[in-house]
Design a protein around this ligand. Sequence first.
Ligand code: GN1
Ligand code: MG
Length: 357
Amino acid sequence: MERLTDIAGRFATQGRVTEVRPLGEGFINDTYVVATDGPFRYILQRKNKNVFPDVPAMMDNITAVTAHIKQKVADPLRETLTVILARDGKPYFLDDEGEYWAMCLFIEDTVTYDVATTPEMARQGGIGIGRFQALLADFDKPLAQVIKGFHNIRWRFTQWDASLAADRAGRKASVAKEIAFVEARREHMLSFWSMVEDGTLPQRVTHNDTKLSNILFDKRSGEVLCAIDLDTVMSSTSLNDVGDAIRSYANATVEDDPHYDKVALRLDMYEAYMDGYLSQRRETLADSEKDWMAFAPIYITYEQVLRFLMDYIDGDTYYKIRYPEHNLVRTRSQIALLRSMEDNYPAMQDIIRRLLK
Ligand code: GN1
Ligand code: MG
């Protein structure tokens, strides 16, 4: 803890650091809550440099995007993250072991969830991401591509083909069925992505990691407050934010539930989320985005299947795991979700048509 206290002390907090303790179980970064003898608490994160090759560029993205949002909202300390600079003025601290750290304000009286329990929660989540995209619609500075080809399935297939060829952990033969599931959908997913490549689907500033647990809700009102975990803010199609959100909000259970029979798309949650999202974005979406909106969760859930399975095949080098088969369970659980989405695709299309009328 002494080392963590020392690292926290490198940032321009108000007051002296009194305690640093771990928070949550993120898949990527290590996260801590920092207490001080001043008025605020803070979030300290060790950024995963295996996942983020250029942390300074990532922090520049986050600083610029949050500054833009702050100019527009009523309560700038609660309605977006507040980056705390290091004492040398940089938005990160590089320690003597070559690890990157970043700090932001802890927003008090808020809650996060892993599973949506009411349609109102889903509606609020949709409002949150819709508002996030709307607030950034006029953001015109270039954003660094934090992770190459993050939601680009063509690039993911390049990685996938290399993983399968290498079979580094010797697991390929044991997941032949799952591999076949992915391969059966390859061309379909590529043809969807070609609409992003040829500009049919426009590029916008997007969050790219919109799962429920990355959204803060106000503890008192239950209303959505803001999107957190801004590491992957980049230009992409707005559909990915919708898709990745539905992957969690409309799943009847958590994304790594090993009881695959509990996994299902909930249409009530889907409708509520889309109602909230479209309340913020209806007027500004292109026709092509509206036309493909219902497909978005299928695309992103498919990508997630591929990424979890690829990490299992690689020997668990990307996502943190809690037990040896964790990535395989995640893969199978997301396959169950994707099947349920495919079954419900016509119903999702009907809902979008109805909401857009
Ligand atoms: C990771 O950082 P976190 O836990 O919010 C991942 C997302 C995945 C998600 C799966 C940078 O999100 O892309 O969808 O896990 N983030 C990164 O739960 O890879
Ligand atoms: Mg993240």
